[in-house]
Design a protein around this ligand. Structure first.
Ligand code: NAP
Length: 321
């Protein structure tokens, strides 16, 4: 293979994922003059696009709508030369380009080649795994209040979970629903203090502490949930029209299980430079093993991953400073 082919053929960097982490990585890599492609998921709902208001992203007092914010990220990155494509990546395998080691990325019928890969596939909402949950998705079970809350105007709904997402979404649901019962398996919330205060002050929100959902049932649409008090064992049925489930996240990393090292929950292990266990493969944002999953931390990870990928590609090309 000639030098011309080598430099023209593979992308310098292919980023898998089009959320805050991937697009920030794309902006940094493209701005560093690397030929960069971001492959956005074809079938996944990105968390940020389903978020009504992000009020803790710096520099935007009053908050930003998630979809609008991610569209701004994309426009900014594309402005610096980022190329984009759409598709669900199912495999990343080693490939040689002349004397250089690189990667082939498979997304449906498409094959992309890259010298370095940044995985930024985010995370998906975890399911409860109780009877009725899968059956009633789209018929009362939801993982997105921003998407579905208006369908429950003047209805009674439950929110399952006690973290930031559950409480933020419960607050959003009160704009539409008559009553929102937050069902939490413990007797105190995990959510940040400011969200807790707002929820406790909201007359439409009530709490079912130390309680879990055992089953979701109805005829065509949801009519009730069966609850169990984990302390007393007492069971009861609650009539509701909607069940909003926010019990945490699962990193979208199944396609990379045999490629890079991950923790038990599937979060990709990275060092402070977003380097994975495999040279040339970087990861950033919610798909990594980390404690704080925020837009701002995803962006920071993305910038770091792009810089690391830049150093790696320059070293590979023999143009490192
Ligand atoms: P999370 O913080 O992991 O909380 C998950 C909640 O679901 C916990 O209360 C947990 O209970 C409960 N839970 C887990 N498995 C369960 C099960 N099988 N049955 C019943 N309950 C279960 O997840 P998250 O709220 O989606 O937040 C994810 C990340 O995004 C966090 O880093 C969070 O800070 C961030 N986030 C931030 C904001 C914001 O800053 N405004 C908004 C949304 C999300 P336990 O408490 O008992 O473990």
């Amino acid at each position: 293979m000639t030098e011309q082919t080598v430099s023209n053929s593979p992308y310098d960097v292919v980023i898998i994922g089009g959320g805050p982490a991937g697009l920030t990585a794309g902006m940094y890599a493209a701005r560093a003059d690397l030929r960069t492609l971001a492959i956005e998921g074809g079938s996944t709902v990105s968390q940020i696009t389903a978020t009504d208001v992000i009020e803790n992203y710096p520099g935007i007092p009053g908050g930003a709508n998630g979809l609008e914010l991610v569209e701004r990220f994309k426009a900014q990155a594309v402005g610096f030369g980022l190329e984009t494509a759409s598709g669900d990546v199912t495999a990343v395998t080693r490939k040689r380009f002349g004397d250089r080691e690189g990667w082939e990325i498979v997304a449906g019928e498409q094959r992309y080649a890259a010298l370095a890969v940044i995985i930024a596939t985010g995370a998906a909402w975890r399911h409860l795994g109780v009877p009725g949950e899968e059956r009633f998705i789209g018929r009362g079970v939801s993982f997105c209040a921003t998407c579905d809350a208006p369908l429950f105007r003047n209805r009674e709904v439950v929110v399952v979970g006690g973290g930031d997402t559950a409480i933020q979404e419960a607050l959003y649901l009160t704009r539409f629903a008559k009553k929102v019962t937050v069902i939490h398996r413990r007797d105190r919330l995990r959510a940040t203090a400011i969200l807790q205060k707002r929820a406790f002050a909201n007359e439409k929100i009530v709490f079912a502490w130390n309680t879990v959902v055992e089953a979701i049932d109805g005829l065509d649409l949801i009519q009730w949930v069966r609850l169990r008090d984990v302390k007393t064992g007492e069971k009861k049925e609650l009539s509701v029209s909607g069940v909003f489930i926010f019990v945490g996240l699962t990193p979208n990393t199944a396609a990379f299980r045999d490629l890079v090292t991950a923790d038990q929950g599937g979060g990709i292990l990275v060092d402070a430079n977003m380097q994975t266990s495999v040279p040339g493969i970087f990861a950033c944002g919610d798909c990594t093993a980390k404690r704080l999953r925020q837009v701002v931390t995803a962006c920071g990870d993305g910038a770091t991953a792009a810089f690391s990928a830049q150093l790696y590609v320059e070293e590979l090309k023999g143009v490192a400073y």
